[in-house]
Design a protein around this ligand. Structure first.
Ligand code: AMP
Length: 584
């Protein structure tokens, strides 16, 4: 294994590396640095965040630019403001002995005038988000016509976020003979296209295999009924008392809701999503970094660029729509040489997505059981015992020792220990003593989608031009749902049936209260027809009867009386709150 010196880095950088405490180059650094230092080529590097990729392009860029010149020579594009600031900060640390170096961050949500002023002072390196960069180019506040090195960091994320046009436009203002270094965790077609269109015969390096998850991360999934998702999340948190995690939800609304419920239930949680102001997001991130927040509930977009190294768990409260996104989520843990766990809470209808993810990350998931109430009590008790054991004695207590001793004069050591621990343990015990088993079995596939889902009647069908596929697409589109959220779609002549998970019931029924299609109100109600597969479901006659019931009388028009079953609330969960946790 080589040292940083072997890679050819100069003394200024080596000194900064020593200050930072980096002892050995990481794999991506070992592979990329010599290539970038010794040649003027384009490079495609497939590497996750947390592998040390910033230094892999940062060191060579710092060594190659001319700090005596005030011309902008290096441009680093990154998907988010957070990442942009993180890279800028790292570049400044790496280049702290490069006298005269000026690295400037350009990102949205901050004063463009201030940023323009900083650029004017002469920035050899600009780190930018594409939107703001394009804006500044258009306003002629920045000149990148003499760039020698450009980096597209987290290229897959930038494209996911719809920055392709901005990137194209920015690169059109740079010289053709510059070197382009593209870093990406995954290699979807769009990234390959960028490499093809904007780079000349790029050399490719891969850390791990393409699209593969970090080797430091183990992957687990937990199969529960969709209605038990939140309870399962709480148990996973309770079973890991020192958890420091990002909990991923699919929508901003769910993110906010889950975070609020966790906070109400006494967890140190916070929400991070795009409906928060930049200021609010900064505050949440600050609390997370300080570990005042142990569970950061986030959307995929908002979580991009989270640069916290010691996240112990990533929890997929819901799987992402695009399974490729899973790689990014799980990459938030297992960073900088640490290990991490990526947990997925799935319902039966989603469990097959796990196989797809396994193919992408080239790793197997372990199917795990949600811990029982008593298992959690045991973990909590032992964690408390260890904490007590490791606590340094505060001698200010000595003054009160006489009174305390007097109080416990007749109490034996055993009894005292029991009493002491009962204070904490009883909270958990009382909460969990009647807790149900949340685990369900993946077998019984015929029944798979039905057990924990809701079947709906909808008054459009083949006569409206729908078949099951187009109706599914239509429902997904208008309801803004994911690929697998609508299932068991059956299109009849004048009406149809479909299923969703119970948690979507409110959304579905709420949406169709005044929705018109081709000038006619679309009526959606909960169906008595459970949509069981024919093999094990109702007799044909009974099925026909159900359909007839729906077609007579309920066809067309809107749900009228407000007493429909659709208003029924979900079945009561076990214990909606938890013993309040003392805040740390
Ligand atoms: P990155 O993949 O660039 O986001 O880096 C992840 C983290 O690893 C950052 O906090 C870096 O400071 C740190 N890091 C980068 N290179 C090394 C190294 N060779 N040894 C130890 N830590 C490193």
């Amino acid at each position: 294994m080589s040292t940083f010196k072997d890679l050819g880095l100069n003394d200024d950088l080596l000194q900064a590396i020593t200050d930072l405490g980096f002892t050995r180059p990481s794999e991506v650094q070992e592979k990329a640095i010599p290539i970038l230092l010794n040649s003027e080529i384009d490079l495609v590097a497939l590497a996750q965040t947390g592998t040390g990729k910033t230094a892999a392009f940062g060191f060579p860029m710092l060594q190659k630019i001319d700090v005596d010149s005030r011309t902008t020579q290096g441009l680093i594009l990154s998907p988010t403001r957070e990442l942009c600031l993180q890279i800028t900060n790292e570049m400044k640390q790496y280049g702290k002995y490069c006298k005269g170096l000026n690295v400037v961050a350009i990102y949205g949500g901050a004063s463009i005038t201030e940023q323009a002023k900083e650029i004017k002072r002469g920035a050899q390196i600009i780190v930018a988000t594409p939107g703001r960069m394009k804006d500044m180019i258009n306003r002629r506040l920045v000149d990148i016509s003499k760039i020698e090195y450009s980096v597209l960091d987290e290229a897959d994320e930038m494209l996911n976020m719809g920055f392709k046009e901005d990137i194209t436009s920015i690169l059109s203002h740079t010289p053709d003979d510059k070197s382009t270094w593209l870093f990406s965790a995954t290699m979807p077609r769009e990234v390959a296209a960028i490499a093809k269109d904007f780079m000349y015969d790029p050399q490719e390096i891969t850390v791990g295999r393409k699209n593969e998850g970090s080797t430091q991360v183990s992957h687990e999934y937990y199969l529960v009924n969709a209605r038990d998702r939140y309870q399962a999340l709480k148990r996973l948190a309770d079973a890991n008392p020192d958890i420091f995690s990002v909990v991923f939800c699919r929508t901003k609304r769910d993110t906010q809701k889950v975070a609020e419920r966790l906070i109400e239930d006494g967890y140190n949680a916070g929400a991070l999503h795009g409906d928060l102001s930049q200021n609010q997001r900064d505050l949440v991130m600050k609390s997370f970094r300080n570990k005042q927040i142990q569970m950061l509930v986030a959307t995929d977009v908002a979580a991009r660029g989270i640069d916290v190294d010691d996240i112990t768990h990533v929890i997929n409260y819901q799987l992402p729509d695009e399974i490729e996104t899973y790689t990014h989520r799980s990459g938030r843990t297992g960073r900088a040489g640490k290990t991490g766990v990526s947990m997925v809470i799935v319902s039966k209808s989603e469990v097959r997505k796990i196989k797809g993810i396994e193919r992408i990350i080239k790793k197997q998931f372990a199917k795990k059981e949600i811990p029982s109430g008593m298992e959690i009590c045991e973990v909590q008790l032992m964690s408390l015992a260890k904490k007590v054991h490791n606590t340094e004695v505060n001698h200010d207590i000595d003054t009160y020792l006489g009174d305390i001793n007097a109080l416990f004069e007749d109490t034996s050591k055993d009894e005292l220990i029991k009493k002491f621990f009962s204070v904490e343990f009883s909270r958990f015990y009382n909460y969990y003593k009647k807790a149900l088993d949340l685990n369900i079995s993946a077998s019984n596939d015929d029944n798979r989608d039905v057990g924990d889902s809701v079947r709906y009647f909808i008054n459009v069908g083949k006569k409206d031009g729908f078949d099951w596929m187009s109706l599914k697409d239509f429902l997904r589109e208008v309801l803004e749902l994911g690929k697998d959220d609508v299932f068991k779609v059956e299109a009849k002549d004048t009406f149809s049936f479909f299923n969703t998970e119970k948690e979507l019931q409110e959304k579905v029924l709420g949406f169709f209260t005044d929705f018109k299609y081709n000038g006619r109100y679309v009526n959606v109600e909960i169906s008595e027809n459970r949509g069981r597969s024919r093999k094990r479901g109702k007799s044909r006659d009974r099925k026909r009867r159900d359909e007839k019931n729906f077609s007579s009388g309920k066809k067309g028009g809107r749900r009228g009386d407000g007493k429909s079953k659709s208003r029924r609330s979900g079945s009561g969960d076990f214990g909606s709150s938890r013993p309040r946790r003392s805040r740390r």
